[in-house]
Design a protein around this ligand. Sequence first.
Ligand code: SAM
Length: 309
Amino acid sequence: MHTNVEKIFTFIDQESSFIEEQESATYLEGVIYALELWITDKKTPSITNPSKEQIRKAVQLAILKGMKQSAQVNHQMTPDAIGLLVAYLVKEMSKGKKELAILDPALGTGNLLYTIMNSLPTENHAFGVEIDDLLIQLAAQTGELLTCDIQLFRQDALKPLLIDPVDVVVSDLPVGYYPDSETSQDYFLHSEEEMSYAHHLFMEQSMKHVKPGGYLYFLVPESIFESKQAPKLHKFLKETGWIQAVIQLPSNIFKTKGQEKSLLIIQKKSETLKAPREVLLAKVPNMSNKEAMELFFKKIDIWQEENAK
Ligand code: SAM
């Protein structure tokens, strides 16, 4: 007996491989073709009542297969292990909220954002910004299959955004230098000495698009506070937000050394709220160690309860 995830993946895989062979297209372009067939009901996988998570996981498997063959450096999907952890934290920290508006300014395939949206019990609507044509198409199609309430913008996220302030920003930030020095001049976090860091500018842009008291969840390089441009970032964060947590992710999730990331949680300052009692500094244990993970989640719950008092 095949599961829904297997059946959906097989459907996408067969159609994508067919297009790849017949049309000398890439496998990822084939995935777009397969999803289009499904959305327009021209051809569909034979499944009954798939859940949103089953659809997301199967599409994710097909995209991962395509990305393995792709030479594009920006074709990087946020791994599920990270997505599920961020989803848990967003869910815990937004308890009591009836509705959430979420923004991912570096949407990619949408895998991180959809993992979070699928996990939330409340009504939510989202905005996604992505510069890459192919990735935003994949994100749009996946969003449609998941019947997500999402508005997409294909543009440079560091240029002005027509998006009202949201409750939550989540983003696996693009790391490295931002080449458009004219645009970076508009940011407090631009560098005078060298090219500015894109991930720093993304944080500033996100802060602008979140409501006072709203939360920002960023996947950032583990060494973010050690770089040459870090003092300015420190100053910016101190003035505009409250750091809530810095969570180091297990290094075995990342393909190569030097790519390790941490999850940084910030709350935008608000006159009606107080700074957190305690900043959570934690390290996620090896995720295959069930007992250690249970202890980790307990630690998060206790911190969250204390902070909510
Ligand atoms: N969370 C995504 C997912 O699950 O697929 C992965 C995000 S990936 C680490 C970072 C994304 O930022 C890439 O898709 C890249 O194309 C995008 N990006 C880089 N610079 C950008 C810019 N200036 N404006 C908008 N998107 C940008």
